[in-house]
Design a protein around this ligand. Sequence first.
Ligand code: ADP
Ligand code: ZN
Length: 203
Amino acid sequence: MSDGFIATGGWIEVIAGVMFSGKSEELMRRVRRATIARKRVQLFKSHLDDRYAGLHRVSSHDGRTHEAIPIDSSAQVAQRIDAMAQVIAIDEVQFLDSGIVALVTALAEKGRRVILAGVDTDFRGEPFGAMPQLMAVAESVTKLHAICVVCGNPASRNQRLIDGEPARWDSPTIMVGAAQSYEARCRACHVVLRDDRQQVLLM
Ligand code: ADP
Ligand code: ZN
C-alpha cells in the first residue's frame, strides 16, 4: 500500500458474485461491524432490484434487512452522500452507470471506506456494467459463489429462464408477458441459447 492509503484511510472493497452467493449478507455483516465500531455508515441500494419489493431495505435471501437509501444513478448517490459519513456501502452496484467508478474513487481519496456489492456477470456470463472497473480499482475484492441448483458444485453463473426455458443470448432485458426467473449454476450447467452464426463465431 502507498503512504497515501495509510494517511487517508480511504479504500474500496468489492463483494462480487452470482445471485444467491451471499453478497448482501456479507455487505450487511460489514455494515453491522462498522456500526459497532461507531462509524457513521450510509447504505445505498440500487432501485432496479425489487426482488422483495423492499425498495428502502437491503434484504438478503436469508431474510435479514437493513434500512437503505434507494438510488438509480451515480449522480443520485453523489447528491445524497452525508459529508460526515465515514463508511459508504452500496448494494446491487452492477445496475449503476459508469460514473460510479469516479465517484467511489473520489470518496476513497477523501478518506472514506467504500463497500460495494454487485453481480459480476450477466445471464450470458459476460461482465456486468461497471463491475470490471470497480473490481480493478478496489483495494480488496471478495468473490463469492452460490450453490449450483443442478449439480451442487460452486455456482459462478446466473442462469436466466424465460417461461422455464434457458434464455437466448439476445433475449431482451424485459420481456412483456413472459415469466422470467434466475438460478445459480456452475459453468458446466449454465446454458445460453445462441443462433448458429454466433456458435460459429465462438469456434
Ligand atoms: P446475494 O446478495 O448474493 O444475492 P444473499 O445474501 O441475498 O445473496 O442470499 C444468500 C442466501 O441465499 C444464502 O445464505 C442461502 O440461504 C440462500 N440461497 C438460496 N439459493 C441458494 C443457492 N443456490 N446457493 C446458495 N445460497 C442460496
Ligand atoms: Zn452445475
